[in-house]
Write a protein that binds this ligand. Structure first.
Ligand code: G3P
Length: 196
């Protein structure tokens, strides 16, 4: 059961919504624009608010559905956590993109909504405030990711969930290495509401 739920999560996570819908609907390859990322932020930046929100929801759904399937198949914290890990891995190392992909933020949020809803809500609110305040989605994502294991610990969640939070946070932060470099040298681009 663990094997099948991890496999399902990996395939679900691998679906590159931003890339495929960008090409299909808007005839735009996100990898050739903005940050070159296939995630919701670059979809918002390149295609606009609506497409950005749509990609966010679809990528979020991949994470949530993966954990839901694992819950239905096995229901143990460890199998649900493993499904979450494989969903994020699928998103970032997609089978459809020669093991390349996004940064795992929206998919990761979908995972933690299922595992730790209160932590997810709080982290999302912090992320929103930081995006509004700084204009840098990457900065908000890095800070929000770092908060997950801390809040999971404070919230008294099972050890597996706290460990997941720590591993996922490290992964998401490493995936932002180019953003961190740009933030430090002042070349990171800010997000603008409704920008096309
Ligand atoms: O979720 C990814 C976000 O934190 C940064 O996206 O396109 O600015 O690299 P981007």
């Amino acid at each position: 059961m663990a094997f099948f739920s991890c496999l399902t999560a990996y395939f679900l996570g691998s679906i590159p919504n931003g890339l495929w819908l960008g090409k299909l609907i808007w005839h735009v390859d996100l990898r050739e624009h903005g940050s070159h990322n296939i995630g919701a932020t670059n979809a918002w930046r390149t295609l606009g608010k609506g497409p950005g929100l749509l990609i966010f929801l679809l990528d979020f759904f991949k994470g949530a559905l993966s954990v839901w399937v694992a819950c239905a198949m096995a229901g143990t914290p460890l199998v649900m956590v493993l499904a979450g890990v494989f969903a994020i891995l699928g998103h970032s190392c997609s089978i459809f993109l020669k093991f390349k992909g996004g940064k795992g933020v929206a998919t990761g949020l979908g995972v933690i909504v299922m595992l730790m809803p209160l932590t997810a809500l709080f982290v999302f609110l912090v992320w929103l405030v930081l995006v509004k305040w700084s204009g840098y989605v990457s900065l908000a994502s890095i800070a929000a990711a770092a908060l997950v294991p801390i809040l999971a610990g404070v919230g008294g969640y099972p050890f597996e969930y706290i460990a997941f939070g720590a591993v996922a946070a490290c992964f998401v932060i490493v995936r932002h290495h180019a953003n961190i470099h740009r933030l430090l040298n002042g070349t990171e681009s800010k997000i603008k509401a409704g920008h096309h």
